[in-house]
Design a protein around this ligand. Structure first.
Ligand code: 13P
Ligand code: SF4
Length: 330
């Protein structure tokens, strides 16, 4: 395919599309390309199971950032969403970072446009800014320290109690951290579409039907949902919890992709996705994560496109709060 055609396609679709031989063994082809191009595949727990199984590393946002920081591969293939690939690029400005679909965004990252946030921040001149990693690179340039759901408490507590703080963009995670640390961080009004759709009423009904099940939740869920949870944590923390708990059944309030790892780790246990208000939707699927596919991954590795690129000054500024987070989380 000509580069002009590729560029046009990327502008329109966000991914390269061409018909491929249906007999092609995509898993084998991807493995071959990985060797040929000295690439590493990093996948998030929310992508389809086959995309987790093909990865060199699969994990939560913190694990993925840590892995990106230590890889010596020339190319990083990020099977997740855009802000994750962007973070890998900021950590590795001299490496090529590609992702299967450029349009794999995140509702949280989109909820905090940099210009609007700059105006908001100007109202709090004596506050430091903690930004959840689910944010654009532009927002990270206005940040003191980045955090993930795995280390948010630790990052917040790395500041003296008297230090005034802004937490962006997730109001649910920020509110939860306020409640467990006793801080009063100013919260940006952003949220995740997947984690905000759970219905307390339907969860309680399900818990009544399965009295032997433990209810566990990601901290991006709203407070009334979190109040019902036996365990709250990042995807890695939820995965560890189901392995260590003696319970045999769990109701899980987070994106459906994590169930793939839970079933793999505990084949004898039962995992029930937490219900939303609408029983007909696939509401536990993140539409952005699910833009990734084996075919798009193969084509992205073949053409080394779409690539994540960022201006040097953005990389330079956004790198500081990310490095701080990595230092604190060592
Ligand atoms: P984790 O860092 O817990 O994997 O969360 C990532 C995410 O996007 C949650 O919606
Ligand atoms: Fe963003 Fe929510 Fe999807 Fe995570 S699940 S990537 S926070 S939209």
């Amino acid at each position: 395919m000509e580069q002009v055609e590729i560029n046009k396609m990327l502008e329109e679709k966000g991914f390269i599309d061409e018909s491929i031989d249906s007999k092609l063994n995509l898993v084998e082809e991807i493995k071959k390309l990985k060797k040929e191009k000295n690439a590493v595949i990093l996948s998030h727990f929310y992508v389809e199971g086959e995309l987790q199984d093909i990865a060199d590393y699969v994990g939560d946002s913190l694990g993925l950032a840590q892995e990106a920081a230590k890889t010596d591969a020339e190319t990083i293939v990020f099977v997740g969403v855009h802000f994750m690939a962007e973070t890998a690029k900021i950590i590795n400005p001299n490496k090529k970072v590609i992702l299967p679909d450029l349009k794999a965004s995140c509702s949280l990252a989109e909820s905090a446009p940099a210009e609007t946030f700059a105006e908001f921040k100007a109202n709090y001149p004596d506050h430091k800014v903690i930004t959840y990693i689910n944010a654009t690179a532009a927002l990270k340039t206005m940040t003191d320290v980045v955090c993930t759901s795995a280390n948010a408490k630790q990052i917040v507590e790395s500041f003296p109690k008297e230090q005034k703080l802004i937490f962006a963009p997730d109001k649910n995670l920020g509110g939860y951290i306020n409640s467990i640390t006793g801080r009063e961080m100013v919260l940006w009004d952003g949220a995740c579409v997947v984690h905000e759709q759970y219905s307390v009423e339907n969860i309680v009904k399900l818990m009544d039907e399965h009295t032997d099940a433990e209810f566990i939740a990601h901290p991006e869920c709203e407070k009334p949902v979190l109040l019902l949870a036996k365990h709250i944590g990042s995807t890695t923390s939820l995965l560890n919890y189901v392995q260590s708990s003696s319970a045999k059944k769990f109701i899980v309030a987070t994106e459906s992709g994590i169930l793939h790892q839970m079933v793999k780790a505990c084949p004898d246990k039962i995992f029930i996705p937490a219900p939303s208000a609408d029983s007909t939707c696939a509401c536990n699927d993140c539409e952005f994560m699910k833009l990734n596919s084996l075919k798009k991954l193969y084509l992205c590795m073949k053409y080394e496109q779409p690539e994540v690129t960022l201006p040097d000054d953005v990389i330079e500024k956004a790198k500081i709060p990310i490095q701080r987070m990595l230092e604190i989380s060592k």
